[in-house]
Ligand binder design. Sequence first.
Ligand code: ADP
Length: 606
Amino acid sequence: MTGYHAGPGPGHGRRLGFLDYEEERHERKISDRALIARLLKYLLKYKRRFIITVVTVIVVSLTGLLPPYLLKVAVDNYIANRDFLGLTFISMILVGVYLTNWISNYQRTYQMLWMGQNMVNELRNQLFSHLQELSFSFYDRSKAGEIISRVTNDTDTLSQIFVQGVVTLISDIITLIGIIAIMLWLSIPLTLAAFSVVPPFILLMFIFQSRLRKAYRATRKKIAAVTSRLEESISGIREIQSFTREQDVIKDFRQANVENLQANVQAGKLFALLMPAVQIVGAVGMCVVLWFSGILTISGGITLGIVIAFLLYVNKFFRPLVDLTTFYNTIQSAMSAAERIFVTLDTEPEIIDDPDAIELSHTKGEIVFNNVTFGYDPAHPVLEDVNIHVEPRKTLAIVGPTGAGKSTIAKLLSRFYEPQKGNITVDGHDIQKVTLNSLHKQIGIVLQEPFLFSGAIMENIKYGKLDASDDEVKQVAKIVRIHEFISSLPQGYETDVGERGARLSVGQRQLVSFARALLSNPPILILDEATSSVDPYTELKIKKALAVLMKNRTSLVIAHRLSTVRNADNIVVVNEGRIIEEGNHRELMKEKGMYYRLYKKQFKDT
Ligand code: ADP
């Protein structure tokens, strides 16, 4: 039920997480009506269940309305007339009504749960699939925590509140209309007497509503602060420990946590006040009815049975009224979650296949950049007028200071971003005119910090070629000289590398990623050489493995090693987004320009 228990309470705040900062900051852009229409489509997919639910809701509500009336009949018709048979009969009907209520209530709850969980399931799958297609620029703009929260919390909040909200709304409306109709039918004056407490009740709800909303907002903000501190401390644990900042972090966290506690206690206090207040209004309503019915009975207007029925109906009246008055609030947090989900789902991938895109296959690996200009923000280019030509099977080393634009060149070749001016071709084909899949199959990427997925080493090496045999894996591992190490592990190739490959050293991770690239055997290789130093023994291994890896394919290397630049067929020097020198090692040394200076500074020690 929504209402008392599942309003936008502290529990929901906890699940919503820190995204509510966003909720607070921006007004929602999509109207409630549009969101609800879209959400209903999800529910209507389960048409049969939805109909069963609606029918059971109606049955539950109607069977809930009957008992007071049946009691009236029992009192007025049978007890008053000492009709024992009739009383037995009506008692059995009463039991039947309760049984029907119980069974349909079970069905209603079960179907609601089923639809809610299936909706979560479907939304999560849709979001996850969609996220796989979104371009790098989307991830540049978004925070990982926010995306995760969308897929986990938002879907959950949304479907729970939405499904329950719809069901409760139907049931509340039926109940209220039913109660009012029966009451009016039984006695119009007594109904008017009972309604005398409705205005004070609405005033009460009005006063509590805005305070409760503020209090719950505060709890959501505070739990957001707790979550973000937790998240940062987990990702930054190495820095925290190496700079011995543990105590400060703990202090910060305690502060956020205690504020969260206070906010929750405050909200709880308000909530605890509301319930008795509602009960008091209800009790006053009953007293008014009782007192007024006294007058009416004396004047002969109504029977004892009607009085009893009225007292019970008045008692039932406030619950749906509380639900309905809190409904707007409750549904708002679902709507915010819905909006975040739909905005994500509606984000178009910026880079998609051209309708006439062709499949690129068996490339020789000739790469050309023609006057390429690109900026992550188009107003601020980070590459300007870049021209590069790499012959098939040759190695181009890219050197230059940090932030010069070296990695950006590599990202453009993979078409993770698109240049604002100029174009890039592979074997003469503009990469914007070939399918992304086929382009990526031609290119292998080995990054400075190779990313390994948690799971077996075997699986990690097979990542780029799923149908490879175990023997093939072992062969490439031997070539890059990591086989011996892997075999020495107790579980060999089945050893779990841990999250991001954390259980392997940096050098080992690199060698595994080399094996992975070698196995997929792409005609083009993009290599971002690691700057982090490893021990001389591993360094030697890496150097030899790299030589094997680069053999017989076109390689674009962001070079940090002397051996790489020396052996490269061609070197470009990038500075502030422009290529300022080009040639091989010997030529560039002669020029005594930036390469010469970089070489002296960067490579001399090694
Ligand atoms: P390098 O590899 O030479 O160190 P990069 O190509 O990574 O340099 O970066 C070139 C410039 O582009 C830098 O000024 C950097 O701050 C900026 N940059 C890199 N990646 C992004 C990104 N995803 N969003 C915005 N700016 C970026």
